[in-house]
Design a protein around this ligand. Structure first.
Ligand code: M6R
Length: 368
């Protein structure tokens, strides 16, 4: 039931604080350690892993891109992320020391399933991150971390995505914990921060009016660019994908550092550009993104900047400033994606599209 919302997608956007809280539930023991028994691998086995390969499609692939930044930073285990549709056809190097992690909301995506079969044939262990109990992907994997988003009806994934991020963070932090990494204090602080995340996310959703107004203002536009760096880069990709899927508009996400390598040629007078700015703690990265904002603005772009409230320079460079709460860099996607989801949902609504059932798309892609 839509419970008073016009679309399932909008309802699911607003369910995210609850979905994230549910996915985190029961993960910490009374010593403040992370518990992830469902991985069903001994600490010795986990310590022997020398490579992680994340395999997924679409939005789940973008969750995997975020996971790579987090897992490599926390565990120092090399981590690759690959589109499931490419994985099996390029003869990937995997063996029993490789941990393959698949991410799938539906648990039925054919490409991801085929990738699992291929990985297991090579002797790799497979952990599935999945939102659907008893689906084919978890049944064919060695272990499963379930996300607790509840059924996702809208074809465009929203709460599926943010809960996938949570599962990826938990897996990364758990591996770091088991392997006794030097980031012990950071891990404890991040676990506490994750617990506070639903509240932060709620704060973003409570400020929705600004996004609804923005969609009204930009509803005649035909083309949008999204820029981000570090974990903001997959947010740019995911923000653009949402708009493509449900509003059928040209929307492209780029790594901000690539701007001068091509995309800046697309910038023209009035072009709306969403730019995700890293938190102030990451000053080198942040400074570079802030100067990207000035560069595109000087060429006429309409800059819609997502940055921390205390970031005065980012605010000064923005035509529209969307305030993000102060959170750790690696966790920023949880709050940064919300306005981008809401913007796509509202724009598509204003254009009269069927937001829940966009043309040509199915909720789960069960053919290769
Ligand atoms: O069910 P899955 O997570 O395996 O689905 C993967 C993609 O098909 C899915 O994320 C798709 O990109 C969504 N429509 C995105 O909103």
């Amino acid at each position: 039931q839509k419970q008073g919302y016009d679309w399932f997608m909008r309802k699911e956007i607003f369910e995210q604080p609850r979905a994230v809280a549910d996915t985190l539930l029961g993960r910490l023991n009374d010593r403040g350690e992370l518990v992830l028994d469902e991985i069903r691998m001994s600490p010795e086995t986990l310590r022997r892993i020398n490579k992680i390969v994340i395999v997924a499609c679409g939005t789940a692939f973008y969750a995997g891109l975020v996971a790579k930044y987090a897992i490599e930073h926390w565990t120092r285990i090399p981590c690759e992320v690959e589109l499931a549709s490419e994985f099996r056809y390029r003869d990937p190097i995997i063996d029993p020391m490789t941990l393959v992690v698949t991410i799938s909301q539906s648990g039925e995506t054919a490409d991801t399933l085929m990738a699992i079969r291929h990985a297991r044939e090579q002797g790799a262990r497979v952990i599935a991150i999945c939102n659907t109990n008893g689906a084919t992907i978890p049944r064919e994997s060695d272990a499963v971390i379930y996300t607790h988003a509840g059924p996702e009806i809208g074809v465009a994934s929203t709460k599926g995505f943010t809960t996938q991020l949570i599962a990826c963070y938990l897996l990364g932090l758990y591996l770091a914990q088991v392997r006794g990494m030097k980031y012990g204090d950071e891990i404890a602080a991040l676990l506490q921060e994750l617990e506070r995340m639903p509240e932060r996310m709620q704060g973003m959703l409570d400020a929705q009016q600004q996004i609804l107004d923005l969609a009204e203002e930009l509803k005649e536009e035909k083309s949008f660019l999204y820029l981000g760096r570090h974990v903001g880069y997959p947010m740019a990709l995911e923000g653009a994908l949402k708009l493509k899927e449900i509003a059928y508009l040209h929307a492209e996400g780029f790594a901000a550092g690539e701007l001068k390598h091509g995309p800046i040629a697309l910038v023209s007078e009035g072009l709306p550009m969403f730019i995700v700015v890293p938190p102030k703690g990451r000053d080198q990265l942040r400074d570079k993104v802030v100067s990207n904002i000035s560069e595109v603005r000087a060429r006429g772009a309409r800059t819609i900047v997502l940055a921390e409230g205390c970031d005065d320079e980012a605010r000064a460079a923005a035509d529209v400033f969307i305030e993000l709460p102060h959170v750790s860099t690696l966790l920023q996607p949880l709050v940064a994606i919300l306005p981008l989801q809401l913007f796509a949902c509202e724009l598509a609504t204003l254009q009269g599209h069927d937001v829940d059932q966009p043309r040509n798309l199915a909720k789960s892609v069960t053919v290769e």
